[in-house]
Design a protein around this ligand. Structure first.
Ligand code: AMP
Length: 114
């Protein structure tokens, strides 16, 4: 989608520190990490947010979690635990309107979030 930051990252038009890529998803390190491990997992195809997922996206959604779990293991945070978050819309704290999972770990995360 034109003018979408994460579509531009997926297309390689804006550089990112890639953690994983295949034809369905891309994972890259967050530019402003909120934890020692902070990776974003996005679909290569533009989907605005989790509210706009459709039944046909079931396999994609599973794959996004599959990649997040694989990276959690690879980046050494699986044993102690980690968090997967997706923000939706203004009140949800979403700043980039392209579906993404935040994979956060490497420190004790607090709850509830602010
Ligand atoms: P959200 O606020 O949930 O939409 O998350 C968007 C995330 O994208 C934030 O954590 C930002 O730090 C991150 N971000 C914004 N621009 C970039 C970029 N160019 N490369 C990597 N991460 C980015």
């Amino acid at each position: 989608m034109e003018n979408c930051l994460f579509c531009k990252i997926a297309a390689g038009e804006i550089p990112s520190r890639k953690a994983y890529e295949d034809e369905i998803v891309l994972a890259f390190h967050d530019i402003a990490p909120q934890a020692p491990v902070h990776v974003l997992i996005i679909p290569q195809r533009h989907i605005m947010d989790a509210y706009h997922l459709e039944k046909g996206d079931a396999a994609l959604l599973f794959h996004m979690f599959e990649v997040a779990n694989k990276l959690a293991a690879e980046l050494g945070i699986a044993e102690k635990g980690f968090r997967i978050v997706t923000n939706i819309g203004e009140d949800g704290g979403q700043s980039v309107p392209h579906l993404h999972l935040h994979l956060l770990g490497g420190r004790s995360l607090q709850w509830p979030p602010g």
